[in-house]
Design a protein around this ligand. Structure first.
Ligand code: ZN
Length: 204
């Protein structure tokens, strides 16, 4: 075996929009895994830049709540002896502090919180059913980790023909390469819409 290291590769083009208008009644916001273990100092699997996305995600949620937009949170959820711990170590064990969503983004009464056991927010969860029941066609996805749970959830949404919108200031990754991989895949492969900032997302 050999290990490829320190490769320098050219990132192909990535299209980023300044502004997008979305119909409020057909749009949902999905906040992926903004839990203490991934975001807060002392967490078990901290993504250093995840905390920097909190203000943007808050602004997005405020705007969404003003328009009564469906808000779904995913909570990565593991139980004792989860096989995923062999990959990542123990994290977000159900019922622990690390499993809770960060205080700054606490779900409100009418929000939906979905527990998921793998990277993909649709896998083994009612998200697809919920989106259909509420007549959703557009999903704005924010949260962490960009190339892991955000990307799998975005891909899974796109494969079901939902239009995926991802603001660049709403997602975070462990390093720049992973961040840009996610952007490239969302734009090029899943035909999602990348928006420079949550402030460029207009609900009408
Ligand atoms: Zn996990």
């Amino acid at each position: 075996m050999k290990v490829l290291k320190n490769l320098r590769v050219e990132i192909p083009e990535i299209k980023v929009h300044d502004r997008i208008e979305l119909p409020a009644s057909e749009t949902a916001v999905i906040v992926v895994d903004m839990q203490n273990d991934f975001v807060k100092p002392g967490g078990k699997l901290v993504v250093p830049t995840a905390k920097d996305t909190i203000p943007s995600i808050r602004r997005l949620l405020e705007k969404a709540r003003e328009r009564n937009i469906l808000i779904i949170y995913t909570k990565d959820t593991h139980y004792k002896r989860d096989p995923e711990f062999e990959i990542w170590g123990e994290h977000v064990v159900k019922g622990t502090w690390g499993w809770e969503i960060v205080d700054e983004l606490k779900p409100l009464e009418n929000d939906i919180v979905v527990e998921k056991t793998r990277y993909d927010g649709f896998y083994g969860t009612p998200i697809d059913d919920l989106l259909r029941v509420y007549g959703i066609r557009y999903v704005v996805i924010v949260g962490t980790v960009a190339n892991i749970c955000v990307l799998h959830t975005a891909g899974s949404a796109a494969l079901r023909w939902y239009k995926v919108i991802v603001p660049l200031d709403g997602i975070s990754a462990l390093n720049d390469f992973d961040y840009y991989v996610a952007l490239r895949q969302i734009d090029f492969l899943y035909k999602g819409i990348l928006v420079e900032s949550v402030d460029g997302i207009i609900f009408k």
